[in-house]
Design a protein around this ligand. Structure first.
Ligand code: BGP
Length: 469
């Protein structure tokens, strides 16, 4: 490949989310988040209270081990680290007037550590972590009131960390509200009827909130960059039949719609048509329309797989895990969880998004979930994860191709750079990391950290700025 295509300032690193790494769910004055009552992943109903089998309550204890973990990231040469701030550490209930100082102080210390190693922070403000009280009392993002609570939370973050954090993401995978209303929107089912009307209204509230805090960020933090975050799931037509092409186009709109609103500042025509055709009438005020015009500085996205679409609706299936819909592509292989592996799809997405929005891109999630086996190599515990190296190498080669195509890319963070609790399965055994964490699905394990083979592979990639790919 043309290795020179990675620019000198390209940011290399890894990505995490507070609820999947921190643990310490009730320490430091933290309130409960929706994740604390989601013991078995996104497919089961939330419990009334935290239960012992919820691995996220302890996660990988990053809250207490962040200094050593960040040292490992630095050893790999990270120049960026994506993490989320747990909303309920800062506002334990979500609707109180004053923030929790102990929660704020934790992220001060985390930022100190990153600064020590010259690692740029990339902060997700809301990564599937709505305070539980907001879900129970207000029905999460179904309620317009959440816009104000979110703004107060963001103002607190911007005033506290604005001088130290340049890159901000407003909502993780904003398009997923339509598919995972509780996890993504804090919508406390079965209280809210899960009609399309209600889901689009909830996502509208998030979009307005995102736009309002984008303006706030500019007021408070000149020089900061605010991005949206989209779950990218390219849909190919299963056959050359034009009806399949149209089916794929409609599915593509699912990913495009929220990027279009974030980047262009208004609802696209195809979504307005969808609303008309389905009898959806949103409460959109004139103020909302003005607010939406505060468009983002860059577009970030997660990319794991592609899918195919067909006009034959009986052939549609729901995908495994938290990535949904479509039909299998007969030319591709899948991960153990049925996610179809498509490195070239990443190049396609990057060209597509760049052409569509002409905003710099940031690939903030990509990786292979796999069942790793810990072995001893020269007396040192490790994992021979050549399958992960292959996956990431092939995808990064395609990032290089997209850069050579002229796509503007700020950086790349692999998902789960250290093993963490999976979002869709809520287990440890679906691992993504360069660093193995000794914790099992039953919660046992020493929590010791071990470098996998991929750790050394990624270190070479970063030190050569992609030349080793
Ligand atoms: C994305 C989420 C992440 C992460 C990732 C992998 O959708 O933003 O939080 O979990 O998917 O998913 P999983 O953990 O289910 O394999």
């Amino acid at each position: 490949m043309t290795t020179s295509s990675f620019p000198d300032k390209f940011l290399w690193g890894g990505a995490t989310a507070a609820n999947q790494i921190e643990g310490a769910y009730d320490e430091g004055g933290k309130g409960l988040s929706i994740q604390d009552v989601m013991p078995r992943g996104i497919t089961t109903a939330p419990s009334d209270a935290p239960t012992d089998d919820n691995l996220k309550l302890g996660a990988i204890d990053f809250y207490n081990r962040y200094i050593d973990d960040i040292a490992l990231f630095a050893e790999m040469g990270f120049t960026v680290f994506r993490f989320s701030i747990a909303w309920s550490r800062i506002f334990p209930m979500g609707d109180e007037d004053k923030p929790n100082e102990e929660g704020l102080a934790f992220y001060d210390r985390l930022l100190d550590e990153l600064e020590k190693h010259g690692i740029e922070p990339l902060v997700t403000i809301s990564h599937y972590e709505t305070p539980l009280h907001l879900a129970r009392t207000y029905d999460g993002w179904s309620s317009r009131e959440l816009i104000g609570f979110y703004e107060r939370y963001c103002r607190t973050l911007f005033e506290r960390y604005g001088a130290r954090v340049k890159y901000w993401l407003t909502f993780n995978e904003i398009n997923s509200v339509l598919h995972e209303p509780f996890m993504s929107g804090g919508i406390a089912t079965p209280k809210t009827e899960l009609t399309q009307q209600n889901l689009y209204q909830a996502i509208h509230h998030e979009l307005v909130a995102s736009a309002r805090v984008t303006r706030l960020a500019r007021d408070i933090m000149p020089g900061a960059l605010v991005g949206c975050m989209i779950l990218a799931l390219p849909a190919y037509p299963l056959t050359p039949d034009p009806a399949d092409v149209v089916a794929a186009m409609k599915t593509q709109h699912d990913s495009y719609a929220f990027g279009d609103i974030h980047c262009r500042g208004e609802y696209p025509g195809y979504l307005l048509r969808y609303f008309r055709d389905h009898g959806i009438e949103l409460d959109i005020t004139d103020q909302d329309r003005d607010d939406l015009r505060n468009t983002v500085d860059f577009v970030s996205f997660s990319y794991y797989m592609s899918m195919c679409e067909t006009a034959d609706t009986s052939a549609r299936v729901t995908g495994a895990g938290n990535i949904f819909g479509g039909v299998a592509n007969p030319t591709l292989q899948a991960s153990e969880w049925g996610w179809q592996i498509d490195p070239q799809g990443l190049r396609v997405v990057m060209n597509d998004y760049w052409d569509r929005w002409q905003k710099p891109l940031f690939i903030v999630e990509n990786g292979l979930g796999a069942k790793d086996v810990l072995v001893e190599i020269d007396g040192v515990p490790s994992v021979e994860d050549d399958y992960r190296i292959d996956y990431l190498n092939q995808h990064l080669v395609q990032v290089g191709e997209a850069l050579a195509d002229g796509v503007d890319v700020l950086g790349y963070t692999t998902w789960g750079c250290i093993d963490l609790v999976s979002a869709s399965t809520a287990q440890m055994s679906k691992r993504y990391g360069f660093v193995y964490v000794d914790r099992d699905d039953d919660g046992s394990g020493s929590l010791e950290r071990y470098r996998k083979k991929s750790f050394f592979w990624y270190r070479n990639v970063i030190s050569s700025n992609g030349a080793s790919l």
